[in-house]
Design a binder for this molecule. Sequence first.
Ligand SMILES: *Cc1c(COP(=O)(O)O)cnc(C)c1O
Length: 506
Amino acid sequence: MSDQDRKRTPEMPAPKVVEPTIFDLSAPGRTGVTFPPPDVPTAPLPEALLRADLPLPELAEVDVVRHYMRLSKFNYSIDGGFYPLGSCTMKYNPKINEDMARLPGFAHAHPLQPFETVQGSLALMYQLQEWLKEIAGFAAVTLQPAAGAHGELTGVLIMRAYHGSRGDTKRVKMLIPDSAHGTNPASSGVVGLEILQIPSDERGNVDLPALKAACDDTVVGLMLTNPNTLGLFDENVEEVIKIVHDCGGLVYGDGANLNALLGIVRPGDLGIDVMHFNLHKTFATPHGGGGPGSGPVGVAEHLVDFLPTPLIGVVEEGEGEMPPLFGYFTPAKTIGRLKAFHGHFGMLVRAYTYIAMHGPDGLRAIAENAVLNANYLQTLLRDTYHVPYERICMHEFVAEGRIEGSDVRALDIAKRLMDYDFHPPTNYFPLIVHEALMIEPTETENKGTLDAFAEALIQIAAEARDQPELLHEAPHTTPFGRMDEVKAARELVLCCWLPEDYKEKG
Ligand SMILES: *Cc1c(COP(=O)(O)O)cnc(C)c1O
């Protein structure tokens, strides 16, 4: 697809093209490499390792570059356009983060080097632990978990280990609100806990009577996302936490929505016992197709001893101008190691850079502008798309993807947005909102972008009434039309690029 095509108006369907595979572009004898003459004696290859038939494509370098360049343009990215995918915090990733992660001293460090030789990397990790403690109000932080869900697993193992260490072995249940992300029940489930779902009340808060009824001495704790996935700050959060603590349970904080709270509220101060951060959301490290996540976990004082090993700490205070010597520590009752080496170090460098660049006031401004942007969009769209909870939202909101007098669904609206060159919002989550469209603009978008996005959604609502088939069949301007997502997930074809005759041979 050329850049011309990208700017095609929504009314102009794209001509359907058949995408050539790299084999279609191949021609016998073309080559993209020239080997220098060998400077060692040649030797015959072992017969047993040779294949009679290996259909590799034959192309010149320029053909290969153009092929992959063209494919790369099919993708939608945060560097290409607005990406309001709710709960994912798809904010702009500052390019200085990339420069820092590529500094040879960081990029070429080996995790098995003697610790005296990687003091710079350890100093960065130590400082990041300290900053995350301060930002969220915790006594200690591990940087090991690979992403949010892995942080949840870490946190749940810590909660179980805490109860176990006190001989409190009756506790087998995790309480999880019905607005929670699917990873919450999943991570409790893999640890072998029983899941008990807690309903939300009519204002989108945790239902207090239901929570009280569920709390007893068999409860490990509650997994609480605040603000929750409806984009609402729980109005009774302190009461919720007290109820769980009063029955001896712990409160896990799902920190995916920390972007709304930076510099304003510290989860640790609210009484949260353990929480994961999603560095790739709140602290702008690339995610989605852009790179691995990172899910550090913070804990309150009574859980410090259970953290995974190793933590980064000061081994020897520096004298005078000398910096301290950093090294590794194993907490006294550690749950063990959760990840090889030190987690996704490159992501730690990016998050460190982002925090250093913004400073305390800058971090607070992030939260304020994220909340402002979401409320601005909610206000523009509320008359067109029903928002089930009549409240000021935090950094995101959930609208219903339904239009009076039309049979279109949230999926149709999401797909049609692609024709307007916007990434669709999260849809069909959270599960408690019918035909949910979960919209998170983030703080990095300007008013012009928010206005254009709202205008597109309002125009789509008009189309839904007048030309619903336009939505049912959307998208029209993308290289490929509507995908069968169920088939794509259930019947994965991972080698479609192979020539037919080779596939048949298995
Ligand atoms: C993103 C998210 C998670 C999971 O985090 P990953 O980093 O994707 O593993 C958990 N809970 C909520 C609310 C989220 O938005």
